[in-house]
Design a protein. Structure first.
Length: 333
Protein backbone atom coordinates (compact mmCIF):
# COMPACT_ATOMS: atom_id res chain seq x y z
CA UNK A 1 0.00 0.00 0.00
CA UNK A 2 1.20 3.51 -0.78
CA UNK A 3 0.66 6.36 1.63
CA UNK A 4 1.16 10.07 1.12
CA UNK A 5 1.74 11.31 4.62
CA UNK A 6 5.01 9.54 5.34
CA UNK A 7 8.23 11.03 6.75
CA UNK A 8 11.15 11.72 4.41
CA UNK A 9 13.37 8.66 4.24
CA UNK A 10 15.74 7.23 1.68
CA UNK A 11 15.87 3.79 3.26
CA UNK A 12 14.96 0.89 1.02
CA UNK A 13 13.55 -2.22 2.64
CA UNK A 14 13.05 -5.66 1.13
CA UNK A 15 9.55 -6.43 -0.07
CA UNK A 16 7.76 -9.56 1.07
CA UNK A 17 8.29 -12.32 -1.43
CA UNK A 18 5.34 -12.68 -3.73
CA UNK A 19 3.43 -15.93 -3.51
CA UNK A 20 3.45 -17.97 -6.69
CA UNK A 21 0.28 -17.52 -8.73
CA UNK A 22 -2.01 -20.52 -9.06
CA UNK A 23 -2.46 -22.18 -12.39
CA UNK A 24 -5.72 -21.62 -14.18
CA UNK A 25 -8.22 -24.36 -13.39
CA UNK A 26 -9.62 -25.38 -16.74
CA UNK A 27 -13.39 -25.66 -17.11
CA UNK A 28 -14.78 -29.20 -17.09
CA UNK A 29 -16.01 -28.78 -20.66
CA UNK A 30 -12.35 -28.52 -21.74
CA UNK A 31 -11.08 -31.37 -19.58
CA UNK A 32 -13.76 -33.70 -20.92
CA UNK A 33 -12.78 -32.91 -24.51
CA UNK A 34 -9.44 -34.71 -24.23
CA UNK A 35 -5.73 -34.00 -24.01
CA UNK A 36 -5.56 -32.01 -27.24
CA UNK A 37 -8.19 -29.61 -25.90
CA UNK A 38 -6.37 -29.30 -22.58
CA UNK A 39 -3.10 -28.55 -24.39
CA UNK A 40 -4.77 -25.92 -26.60
CA UNK A 41 -6.50 -24.29 -23.63
CA UNK A 42 -3.29 -24.08 -21.60
CA UNK A 43 -1.50 -22.70 -24.64
CA UNK A 44 -4.18 -20.04 -24.95
CA UNK A 45 -4.27 -19.14 -21.25
CA UNK A 46 -0.50 -19.10 -20.73
CA UNK A 47 1.49 -18.81 -23.92
CA UNK A 48 -0.36 -17.43 -26.92
CA UNK A 49 -0.86 -13.87 -25.66
CA UNK A 50 2.02 -12.01 -24.09
CA UNK A 51 0.23 -8.81 -23.11
CA UNK A 52 -1.05 -9.45 -19.58
CA UNK A 53 -4.06 -7.16 -19.91
CA UNK A 54 -5.22 -8.73 -23.18
CA UNK A 55 -4.61 -12.18 -21.75
CA UNK A 56 -6.71 -11.43 -18.67
CA UNK A 57 -9.54 -9.91 -20.75
CA UNK A 58 -9.64 -12.86 -23.16
CA UNK A 59 -9.49 -15.32 -20.27
CA UNK A 60 -12.55 -13.73 -18.65
CA UNK A 61 -14.41 -13.75 -21.97
CA UNK A 62 -13.67 -17.41 -22.68
CA UNK A 63 -14.42 -18.60 -19.14
CA UNK A 64 -17.73 -16.75 -19.20
CA UNK A 65 -18.72 -18.29 -22.52
CA UNK A 66 -17.65 -21.81 -21.52
CA UNK A 67 -19.60 -21.52 -18.26
CA UNK A 68 -22.65 -20.57 -20.33
CA UNK A 69 -22.10 -23.64 -22.53
CA UNK A 70 -21.68 -25.97 -19.56
CA UNK A 71 -24.90 -24.69 -18.00
CA UNK A 72 -26.67 -25.85 -21.18
CA UNK A 73 -25.01 -29.26 -21.26
CA UNK A 74 -22.99 -28.56 -24.41
CA UNK A 75 -19.83 -30.45 -25.33
CA UNK A 76 -16.83 -28.53 -26.65
CA UNK A 77 -16.83 -30.26 -30.03
CA UNK A 78 -20.59 -29.76 -30.46
CA UNK A 79 -20.65 -25.97 -29.94
CA UNK A 80 -22.11 -24.43 -33.10
CA UNK A 81 -22.24 -20.92 -34.58
CA UNK A 82 -25.88 -20.82 -33.49
CA UNK A 83 -24.79 -21.30 -29.86
CA UNK A 84 -22.24 -18.50 -30.15
CA UNK A 85 -24.79 -16.20 -31.79
CA UNK A 86 -27.37 -16.96 -29.09
CA UNK A 87 -24.80 -16.21 -26.40
CA UNK A 88 -24.03 -12.78 -27.86
CA UNK A 89 -27.74 -12.03 -28.29
CA UNK A 90 -28.01 -12.60 -24.56
CA UNK A 91 -25.10 -10.26 -23.89
CA UNK A 92 -26.81 -7.55 -25.93
CA UNK A 93 -30.08 -7.98 -24.03
CA UNK A 94 -28.20 -7.66 -20.76
CA UNK A 95 -26.98 -4.25 -21.87
CA UNK A 96 -23.27 -4.98 -22.34
CA UNK A 97 -21.64 -2.42 -24.60
CA UNK A 98 -20.75 -3.06 -28.24
CA UNK A 99 -17.05 -2.66 -27.41
CA UNK A 100 -17.29 -5.31 -24.68
CA UNK A 101 -19.12 -7.72 -26.97
CA UNK A 102 -16.55 -7.25 -29.73
CA UNK A 103 -13.72 -7.90 -27.27
CA UNK A 104 -15.41 -11.07 -26.03
CA UNK A 105 -15.97 -12.29 -29.58
CA UNK A 106 -12.29 -11.69 -30.41
CA UNK A 107 -11.22 -13.69 -27.36
CA UNK A 108 -13.59 -16.59 -28.11
CA UNK A 109 -12.46 -16.72 -31.75
CA UNK A 110 -8.83 -16.77 -30.65
CA UNK A 111 -9.55 -19.59 -28.20
CA UNK A 112 -11.28 -21.79 -30.77
CA UNK A 113 -8.60 -21.05 -33.37
CA UNK A 114 -6.17 -22.78 -31.03
CA UNK A 115 -8.55 -25.68 -30.59
CA UNK A 116 -8.72 -26.16 -34.38
CA UNK A 117 -4.94 -25.86 -34.76
CA UNK A 118 -4.39 -28.55 -32.10
CA UNK A 119 -7.06 -30.79 -33.68
CA UNK A 120 -9.28 -30.74 -30.61
CA UNK A 121 -12.24 -29.66 -32.76
CA UNK A 122 -12.83 -29.54 -36.50
CA UNK A 123 -14.21 -26.03 -37.08
CA UNK A 124 -14.16 -22.74 -35.19
CA UNK A 125 -17.81 -22.07 -34.25
CA UNK A 126 -17.14 -18.35 -33.64
CA UNK A 127 -15.45 -17.71 -36.97
CA UNK A 128 -18.63 -17.08 -38.95
CA UNK A 129 -20.36 -15.08 -36.19
CA UNK A 130 -20.30 -11.44 -37.19
CA UNK A 131 -19.58 -8.73 -34.67
CA UNK A 132 -21.52 -5.50 -34.58
CA UNK A 133 -20.17 -2.38 -36.23
CA UNK A 134 -18.53 -0.13 -33.69
CA UNK A 135 -17.01 3.15 -34.86
CA UNK A 136 -15.21 5.30 -32.29
CA UNK A 137 -14.86 8.92 -33.34
CA UNK A 138 -13.56 10.20 -30.02
CA UNK A 139 -12.11 8.37 -27.05
CA UNK A 140 -13.87 8.23 -23.69
CA UNK A 141 -10.83 9.06 -21.57
CA UNK A 142 -11.48 12.40 -19.83
CA UNK A 143 -8.98 15.16 -20.53
CA UNK A 144 -7.08 16.85 -17.73
CA UNK A 145 -6.73 20.53 -18.57
CA UNK A 146 -3.42 22.37 -18.44
CA UNK A 147 -4.68 24.33 -15.43
CA UNK A 148 -5.72 21.14 -13.63
CA UNK A 149 -2.42 19.41 -14.40
CA UNK A 150 -0.43 22.33 -13.00
CA UNK A 151 -2.63 22.42 -9.90
CA UNK A 152 -2.13 18.69 -9.38
CA UNK A 153 1.66 18.85 -9.65
CA UNK A 154 1.90 21.95 -7.45
CA UNK A 155 -0.28 20.35 -4.76
CA UNK A 156 2.20 17.57 -4.03
CA UNK A 157 4.18 17.99 -0.81
CA UNK A 158 7.76 17.28 -1.85
CA UNK A 159 9.04 17.33 1.72
CA UNK A 160 8.77 13.55 1.76
CA UNK A 161 10.36 10.83 -0.32
CA UNK A 162 6.92 9.62 -1.39
CA UNK A 163 6.02 13.11 -2.54
CA UNK A 164 9.18 13.40 -4.63
CA UNK A 165 8.47 10.03 -6.22
CA UNK A 166 4.85 10.87 -7.00
CA UNK A 167 5.75 14.25 -8.50
CA UNK A 168 8.35 12.57 -10.72
CA UNK A 169 5.90 9.91 -11.92
CA UNK A 170 3.06 12.34 -12.67
CA UNK A 171 5.49 14.74 -14.38
CA UNK A 172 6.67 11.93 -16.64
CA UNK A 173 3.06 11.25 -17.61
CA UNK A 174 2.51 14.94 -18.28
CA UNK A 175 5.70 15.68 -20.19
CA UNK A 176 6.20 12.51 -22.24
CA UNK A 177 2.66 11.25 -22.94
CA UNK A 178 3.73 7.76 -21.88
CA UNK A 179 1.33 5.21 -20.44
CA UNK A 180 1.22 4.57 -16.70
CA UNK A 181 2.43 1.01 -17.25
CA UNK A 182 5.51 2.23 -19.12
CA UNK A 183 6.34 4.70 -16.33
CA UNK A 184 5.98 1.96 -13.71
CA UNK A 185 8.39 -0.30 -15.63
CA UNK A 186 11.20 2.25 -15.85
CA UNK A 187 14.56 1.00 -14.64
CA UNK A 188 17.42 3.12 -13.34
CA UNK A 189 19.26 2.70 -16.64
CA UNK A 190 16.25 4.02 -18.57
CA UNK A 191 16.96 7.57 -17.38
CA UNK A 192 20.33 8.49 -18.79
CA UNK A 193 22.53 11.30 -20.09
CA UNK A 194 22.89 11.06 -23.88
CA UNK A 195 25.60 13.72 -23.92
CA UNK A 196 23.61 16.73 -25.06
CA UNK A 197 20.39 15.91 -23.17
CA UNK A 198 18.83 13.49 -20.70
CA UNK A 199 16.63 10.76 -22.12
CA UNK A 200 13.91 8.39 -20.94
CA UNK A 201 13.62 4.94 -22.49
CA UNK A 202 10.17 3.35 -22.28
CA UNK A 203 9.05 -0.23 -22.87
CA UNK A 204 5.60 0.22 -24.36
CA UNK A 205 2.74 -2.01 -25.51
CA UNK A 206 3.55 -4.64 -28.10
CA UNK A 207 7.22 -4.82 -27.12
CA UNK A 208 7.95 -1.35 -28.48
CA UNK A 209 10.93 0.52 -27.07
CA UNK A 210 10.86 4.32 -27.33
CA UNK A 211 13.25 7.06 -26.28
CA UNK A 212 11.92 10.50 -25.38
CA UNK A 213 14.02 13.52 -24.35
CA UNK A 214 13.49 14.78 -20.82
CA UNK A 215 12.75 18.49 -20.57
CA UNK A 216 14.77 20.43 -18.01
CA UNK A 217 12.14 20.66 -15.24
CA UNK A 218 11.30 16.96 -15.57
CA UNK A 219 15.00 16.12 -15.36
CA UNK A 220 15.20 18.06 -12.10
CA UNK A 221 12.17 16.29 -10.62
CA UNK A 222 13.56 12.85 -11.43
CA UNK A 223 17.03 13.70 -10.13
CA UNK A 224 15.55 15.07 -6.90
CA UNK A 225 13.75 11.76 -6.35
CA UNK A 226 16.84 9.70 -7.24
CA UNK A 227 18.96 11.67 -4.77
CA UNK A 228 16.40 11.38 -1.96
CA UNK A 229 16.01 7.64 -2.59
CA UNK A 230 19.79 7.16 -2.79
CA UNK A 231 19.52 5.47 -6.18
CA UNK A 232 22.55 7.13 -7.78
CA UNK A 233 24.58 3.92 -7.57
CA UNK A 234 21.74 1.44 -7.91
CA UNK A 235 22.09 -1.45 -10.32
CA UNK A 236 21.17 -0.57 -13.88
CA UNK A 237 18.30 -3.04 -14.05
CA UNK A 238 16.87 -2.00 -10.69
CA UNK A 239 13.40 -0.42 -10.81
CA UNK A 240 13.48 3.36 -10.84
CA UNK A 241 10.18 3.91 -9.06
CA UNK A 242 9.72 1.72 -6.00
CA UNK A 243 6.64 0.69 -4.07
CA UNK A 244 6.23 2.19 -0.61
CA UNK A 245 6.01 0.06 2.53
CA UNK A 246 2.68 0.85 4.19
CA UNK A 247 2.85 4.03 6.28
CA UNK A 248 6.58 3.93 7.00
CA UNK A 249 7.58 6.27 4.16
CA UNK A 250 10.25 3.77 3.16
CA UNK A 251 10.61 2.28 -0.29
CA UNK A 252 10.95 -1.40 -1.05
CA UNK A 253 13.20 -2.86 -3.75
CA UNK A 254 10.10 -3.80 -5.74
CA UNK A 255 8.90 -1.74 -8.68
CA UNK A 256 5.68 0.19 -8.19
CA UNK A 257 2.78 -1.52 -9.96
CA UNK A 258 0.71 0.26 -12.57
CA UNK A 259 -2.36 -0.19 -10.35
CA UNK A 260 -0.55 1.61 -7.55
CA UNK A 261 0.23 4.46 -9.95
CA UNK A 262 -3.49 4.75 -10.71
CA UNK A 263 -4.43 4.64 -7.03
CA UNK A 264 -1.75 7.18 -6.21
CA UNK A 265 -3.12 9.60 -8.78
CA UNK A 266 -6.64 9.20 -7.41
CA UNK A 267 -5.38 10.16 -3.94
CA UNK A 268 -3.44 13.10 -5.33
CA UNK A 269 -6.50 14.27 -7.26
CA UNK A 270 -8.55 14.15 -4.08
CA UNK A 271 -5.88 16.10 -2.21
CA UNK A 272 -5.91 18.77 -4.92
CA UNK A 273 -9.75 18.91 -5.00
CA UNK A 274 -9.80 17.79 -8.63
CA UNK A 275 -12.34 15.44 -10.29
CA UNK A 276 -11.68 11.79 -9.47
CA UNK A 277 -12.85 10.73 -12.92
CA UNK A 278 -9.43 11.75 -14.22
CA UNK A 279 -6.78 9.06 -14.60
CA UNK A 280 -3.12 8.71 -15.66
CA UNK A 281 -4.37 8.23 -19.22
CA UNK A 282 -5.93 11.70 -19.06
CA UNK A 283 -2.43 13.13 -19.47
CA UNK A 284 -2.13 11.47 -22.89
CA UNK A 285 -5.34 13.17 -23.98
CA UNK A 286 -4.10 16.52 -22.67
CA UNK A 287 -0.68 16.27 -24.32
CA UNK A 288 -2.02 15.21 -27.72
CA UNK A 289 -4.75 17.86 -27.73
CA UNK A 290 -2.39 20.59 -26.54
CA UNK A 291 0.25 19.87 -29.18
CA UNK A 292 -2.31 19.66 -32.00
CA UNK A 293 -3.80 22.97 -30.84
CA UNK A 294 -0.34 24.51 -31.15
CA UNK A 295 -0.12 23.35 -34.76
CA UNK A 296 2.33 20.49 -34.25
CA UNK A 297 1.91 18.10 -37.21
CA UNK A 298 -0.18 15.01 -36.52
CA UNK A 299 2.72 12.76 -37.60
CA UNK A 300 5.00 14.20 -34.91
CA UNK A 301 2.34 13.90 -32.21
CA UNK A 302 1.64 10.34 -33.34
CA UNK A 303 5.33 9.51 -32.97
CA UNK A 304 5.46 10.99 -29.47
CA UNK A 305 2.38 9.01 -28.42
CA UNK A 306 3.80 5.81 -29.92
CA UNK A 307 0.74 5.09 -32.06
CA UNK A 308 1.13 2.88 -35.12
CA UNK A 309 -1.93 4.45 -36.77
CA UNK A 310 -2.74 8.19 -36.89
CA UNK A 311 -6.42 7.32 -36.45
CA UNK A 312 -5.59 6.20 -32.91
CA UNK A 313 -3.94 9.55 -32.21
CA UNK A 314 -7.04 11.37 -33.45
CA UNK A 315 -9.15 9.52 -30.85
CA UNK A 316 -7.28 11.49 -28.19
CA UNK A 317 -7.85 14.84 -29.90
CA UNK A 318 -10.45 16.84 -27.94
CA UNK A 319 -10.37 19.94 -30.16
CA UNK A 320 -13.59 18.95 -31.92
CA UNK A 321 -15.27 18.38 -28.57
CA UNK A 322 -14.34 21.91 -27.50
CA UNK A 323 -15.75 23.38 -30.73
CA UNK A 324 -19.01 21.51 -30.15
CA UNK A 325 -19.31 23.00 -26.67
CA UNK A 326 -18.75 26.48 -28.06
CA UNK A 327 -21.52 25.92 -30.59
CA UNK A 328 -24.12 24.74 -28.10
CA UNK A 329 -23.40 27.73 -25.88
CA UNK A 330 -24.61 29.94 -28.74
CA UNK A 331 -28.08 28.38 -28.88
CA UNK A 332 -30.56 31.17 -28.13
CA UNK A 333 -33.27 29.16 -26.38
Amino acid sequence: MDELTAPHSAELVPARAAEPSNRVILPEIVSRAGQAAVFAAEEFFYGAIRNEHTRAAYRRAVNRFLAWCEARGLQLARISPADVGQYFDGMRKKGLSVATRKQHLAGIRHFFDGMVTRHAIILNPALSVRGERHVVVEGKTPEISVKQARKLLNSIDTGSLIGLRDRAILSILAYTSCRAGAAAKLRCCDFYDAGDQWMLRFEEKGGKSREIPSRHDLQQYINAYIEAAALQNAQKDAPLFRAALARTGKLTHTAIHVKDVCRMMKRRLKGASLPDRLSPHSFRVAVITDLLEQGVPLEEVQHLAGHADPRTTRLYDRRQQKVTRNIVERISI
